[in-house]
Structures are given as structure tokens and as C-alpha cells.
Design a protein around this ligand. Structure first.
Ligand code: GLP
Length: 235
């Protein structure tokens, strides 16, 4: 595991975007795993800038997002599909057909999850996975628990996650209580993983995740067992 400490959010984002760009330049039809949350927004901004300068071409790229709230429509401003369109897909030359996010409107969890497992399988596997880190150590929406959940599954979000994500909603009651998330197996099968972590508030959980024992109680700790992880951090 490589840990890079950068001087600020801008440099963290640039470093992450550099690794993603290199991946796309080396392999134009890369499958990139993407994350939501506020932390990767700067990385997406940087990728868009390079695209606008003509340095990057997304036309052959496929993206597979980590997660989506259950019971939320793609055009709902709080959905992760909406987030991705707004912060990246609408601003680059990616073919939207090749951008995957779990189907929040599919209320049959088994179907939503098996459909997504099939999409991941048929993509041929993720070349590079971008991750953020939840306040409680979650990755995607893999919440702390007794075991690492391998496949795409429907999670009941913990109280702390609902609270953390309520900042994007008008009231806490509007925050969905369930979500579909890619499992630990698909994340760990990515050839390369880049984690962006920003802010003093994440320092303690980052220390536990990347330097503490590997335990499903801190889901991100499993990344210590992957052979190509770059953690990019800033205060
Ligand atoms: C959500 C997402 C995670 C993300 C986390 C942290 O829970 N499902 O993928 O890493 O938020 O978000 P932020 O970067 O805003 O702290």
C-alpha cells in the first residue's frame, strides 16, 4: 500500500486524476470503478479540465459505480446517478450506455444485485477503482459488520451514515435508509485501487483503516491485503 500525503485538496485531486488519466491513456477501453461523496469531486473536476484541453478521451471507457440508494429515481437530485451525470458524465465524451450505476428503482433487491453482479462480470473486471472513505470506515456502502460481504448486496445504512449523508438532503427523514452496493470481492478484484481521503475529520478512521488490524468492523482495512493500492490523503 502506497500512502501519499499531499499539501491540500487540490493536489490530492490532481494526484488521483493523474493516476486515472495514465490508466485511460495506456488502455483507452479501461473499465473504471467510480465513487460518489464530496471527496472525489475535485478529481472529476481535474479529469474534465484535461478532457477539455484535449488530453483525455473517454469515448471507449466503461465506468461502474460503487453504489446507489434504493428507492430513488435517476433524475432525483440526490441519486448517485444524478451526481455522476452532473459531476462527470455530462461534461466528458463518455458514452452514457457504458456508465453503470445500480438501479435504485428496482425494488426487488435480489434482482438489482444479481443484475449488477452480471454487469461487473461481463465488463471483464475493473482496471482501476476509485474509492472514498466513509466516516465509519465504509467503502462504497459496505458498512462495518461481522463479515466482509463479497457480492453486490442491499445494505441497511447505519445511523451514522444516514446522519453523515443528511447534509445533502433537506431533512434527515428524506435520506434513504437502504442502498445497493458493490461488494468487497469486486472491489478487491480491481487491478488497481486509488483511495482519496480528505480532511482532519477522517484522520482517525484512515489510521485505523490503513494501519490497524484487518477487520470487517472497519471495511476499508481489507484494502491492506490488495497488492496495488494508492491512498492519497490531505488535511
Ligand atoms: C458515501 C458513499 C461512499 C463515500 C462516502 C464518503 O457514503 N457511499 O462511497 O466514500 O460517502 O463521502 P465523503 O467523501 O463525502 O466524505
Amino acid at each position: 500500500m502506497r500512502v501519499i500525503e499531499t499539501q491540500d485538496y487540490y493536489h490530492m485531486s490532481r494526484t488521483a486524476a493523474n493516476i486515472i488519466s495514465a490508466q485511460i491513456i495506456i488502455k483507452p477501453n479501461s473499465v473504471i470503478g467510480l465513487a460518489t461523496g464530496s471527496t472525489p469531486i475535485g478529481t472529476y473536476e481535474q479529469l474534465i479540465r484535461w478532457y477539455e484541453k484535449g488530453d483525455l478521451d473517454f469515448s471507449n471507457v466503461t465506468t461502474i459505480n460503487l453504489d446507489e440508494y434504493k428507492g430513488i429515481a435517476p433524475d432525483n437530485e440526490q441519486s448517485y446517478r444524478y451526481f455522476m451525470n452532473k459531476h462527470l458524465f455530462d461534461r466528458i465524451n463518455i458514452d452514457k450506455k457504458n456508465t453503470y450505476v445500480p438501479d435504485g428503482l428496482e425494488m426487488d433487491s435480489d434482482k438489482a444485485c444479481s443484475d449488477y453482479n452480471r454487469i461487473i462480470r461481463e465488463s471483464g473486471g475493473v482496471d482501476l477503482q476509485l474509492l472514498g472513505l466513509g466516516n465509519n470506515g465504509h467503502i462504497g456502502f459496505n458498512e462495518p459488520g461481522e463479515a466482509f460481504e463479497k457480492e453486490t448486496h442491499c445494505v441497511k445504512l447505519t445511523e451514522s451514515t444516514v446522519k453523515a449523508n443528511s447534509r445533502f438532503f433537506d431533512t434527515i427523514d428524506e435520506v434513504p435508509k437502504e442502498a445497493y452496493t458493490m461488494g468487497i470481492k469486486a472491489i478487491m478484484q480491481a487491478k488497481k485501487i486509488v483511495v482519496v481521503v480528505s480532511g482532519e475529520g477522517k484522520a482517525e478512521i484512515a489510521k485505523k483503516a490503513f494501519f490497524g488490524p484487518v477487520t470487517p468492523k472497519v471495511p476499508a482495512s481489507v484494502l491492506q491485503l490488495h497488492n496495488d493500492v494508492t491512498v492519497i490523503m490531505c488535511k
